[in-house]
Design a protein around this ligand. Structure first.
Ligand code: 2DT
Ligand code: MG
Length: 214
């Protein structure tokens, strides 16, 4: 049996990730493609609850500690992601280690660089496709104000934007397909479907899932 694919959505807050991720999952499900929807952080696990408390401002965590908790929250899901993929199920994830790296590095902690932040992610399953929903600062701002969570602040979001751009220029960026998220919902959904379907149909089926390399 062909293995499932690993497809990730990335982008800034308000780029439409969650909406588009849900649309793609419903579209593929209706077509009879076996898919599973996940998101990171997965706030349902004990580690995810620690992350949730931190994001909501109920607890404090040292910068490296929260970074490692976000990473641990991915690692604890790996056995289940691998089992699904080996069972022929395509796993579609809303945010992954790319967000993990850029949000932590955006804190400007001198001992938490983008390259430091990536080390705990080495060895994670590497996506077959990362759909990067690209939106300008102006267009994102038109979509409404920030919520209450810790990272929903203009200054930090500006650094996150820049770090995503830096990351897209590295080897990690070679996983990215950039979609213009400033288009209409329907145009964005259609571009996503094309990329996702060609990824799912690709005859790479005998190729094993890759790993995040050092
Ligand atoms: P959501 O708004 O998508 O629930 O994300 N984040 C996310 C990190 O700092 N590190 C990570 O590894 C991940 C996956 C991005 C909540 C916030 O958590 C940030 C926004
Ligand atoms: Mg959010």
């Amino acid at each position: 049996m062909a293995r499932g694919k690993l497809i990730v959505f990335e982008g800034l807050d308000r780029s439409g990730k969650s909406t588009q991720c849900e649309r793609l999952v419903s579209y593929l499900t209706e077509k009879g493609v076996p898919v599973k929807h996940r998101r990171f952080p997965d706030r349902t696990t004990p580690i995810g609850q620690m992350i949730n408390n931190y994001l909501q401002g109920q607890t404090e965590q040292e910068d490296h500690v929260i970074h490692l908790l976000f990473s641990a929250n991915r690692w604890e899901a790996v056995p289940s992601i691998e089992a699904d993929i080996n069972a022929g199920i395509t796993v579609i994830i809303d945010r992954y280690y790319y967000s993990g790296c850029v949000y932590s590095a955006a804190k400007n902690n001198p001992s938490l660089s983008l390259s430091w932040s990536r080390h705990p992610e080495e060895g994670l399953p590497r996506p077959d496709l990362c759909l990067f929903l690209d939106i300008s600062a102006e267009d994102a701002a038109k979509r409404g104000g920030w919520g209450e969570e810790r990272y929903e602040k203009q200054e930090l979001q500006d650094r996150v934007r820049q770090l995503f751009a830096d990351m897209r220029a590295t080897d990690d960026g070679s996983d990215f397909v950039t979609i213009n998220a400033g288009q209409s919902l329907e145009e964005v959904a259609s571009a996503i479907r094309q990329h996702a379907e060609s990824c799912i149909e690709a005859k790479l089926d005998s190729s094993p899932l890759r790993r995040i390399q050092p």
